[in-house]
Design a protein around this ligand. Structure first.
Ligand SMILES: NC(=O)c1ccc[n+]([C@@H]2O[C@H](COP(=O)([O-])OP(=O)(O)OC[C@H]3O[C@@H](n4cnc5c(N)ncnc54)[C@H](OP(=O)(O)O)[C@@H]3O)[C@@H](O)[C@H]2O)c1
Length: 287
């Protein structure tokens, strides 16, 4: 029986992970909220992990408010940088595997092809910089790690899909940026990937996003079309969006991720393929 500690269990991904493991009789999941173990507190992390002695730590915790991180850079650094550092130290001490989640926002988005894991990061926001610090700590402080960069996540929580559905109840048109291209990814799909990787010894850095690419505006149109909602999507540029929301953080224009590492390990481990973004959003909205 694998003893698996999950941080951030009340977040979108944390909830999806708990659901994913419901039928795994070989795994005991232990949820640890930020009240019980603030991940930025080294002593709290070391004490709790020594007490539990897990086989696996899945870190779903993070400070995920991209705009908020611009104003609260210290907090972003503490939770997204020092937090994973502490978990990496604890994983190394206890011998646990560490699954850590990162983001497409570690890239600057100026490229013209999907990013692979070996591409040089260059974050353009405080959030992206804090997440990159977290990645580097994990890579340098523990041996048995999986870092999964995901993107445009939606699950059970506040996210773009829910915002669009809510807006469509009171507006007959919504303005959405069409010059940011990425990979909308359902938390359920990332949870399946975590479940798969965590049972292997294929440690390293992975891109884990739903397949394909789209803009926020086209994604909104797809959401409305699946739900039969008549609201119109006005395509606007990032520049126009920033004029309307001056406190918003810079975001990469093209942050499509290619899962090259997953395809490279496929011959040995049978492989794992994420759903396309179109399939995933259909499944999500069905539920
Ligand atoms: N959302 C996205 O679009 C997106 C895109 C790419 C990557 N990611 C990454 O994916 C991961 C999960 O994202 P998500 O959308 O599921 O996040 P979320 O819904 O915002 O949940 C994050 C959770 O982190 C926990 N947390 C916050 N501060 C903490 C602290 N100091 N100590 C311990 N736990 C703390 C909270 O959990 P409790 O309340 O349960 O304690 C919170 O529910 C994050 O690493 C994020 O950076 C997200």
């Amino acid at each position: 029986m694998r003893k698996i500690v999950v941080t951030g269990p009340n977040g979108q991904l944390g909830k999806a992970v708990l659901k994913e493991y419901k039928n795994d009789a070989d795994a005991e999941l232990i949820s640890i909220s930020h009240r019980e173990m603030p991940i930025e507190d080294l002593d709290a992390v070391l004490n709790k992990t020594a007490e539990l002695d897990p086989d696996v730590i899945i870190n779903c915790a993070g400070y995920t408010d991209v705009d908020g991180c611009e104003k609260n850079t210290h907090l972003a650094g503490r939770i997204n940088g020092i937090g994973p550092r502490n978990l990496a130290i604890a994983a190394q001490k206890t011998g646990a595997k560490l699954v850590h989640i990162s983001t497409d926002y570690v890239f600057d988005g100026c490229g013209d092809r999907p990013y692979v894991e070996s591409d040089a990061p260059g974050p353009v926001s405080a959030y992206g910089r804090s997440k990159l610090v977290g990645e580097k700590y994990v890579e340098s402080l523990c041996q048995k790690y999986f870092i999964i960069r995901t993107a445009w996540l939606y699950g059970d929580g506040e996210n773009f899909v829910r915002s669009m559905l809510r807006l469509s109840e009171s507006h007959d048109q919504v303005s959405v940026v069409d010059d940011q291209i990425g990979c909308p990814t359902s938390a359920a799909e990332v949870a399946k990937l975590i479940h798969y990787l965590e049972q292997t010894e294929q440690y390293g850095l992975y891109h884990g996003v739903c397949r394909g690419e789209t803009s926020w505006a086209d994604f909104a149109e797809r959401i409305f079309s699946i739900k039969g909602i008549k609201a119109k999507v006005n395509h606007i540029s990032s520049e126009e969006y920033v004029k309307m929301n001056p406190d918003s953080a810079n975001r990469p224009h093209y942050s499509v991720l290619e899962d090259q590492m997953l395809s490279l390990i496929a011959p040995e481990d049978g492989g794992f393929q994420m759903a396309t973004w179109q399939e995933a959003i259909k499944n999500y909205l069905k539920k």
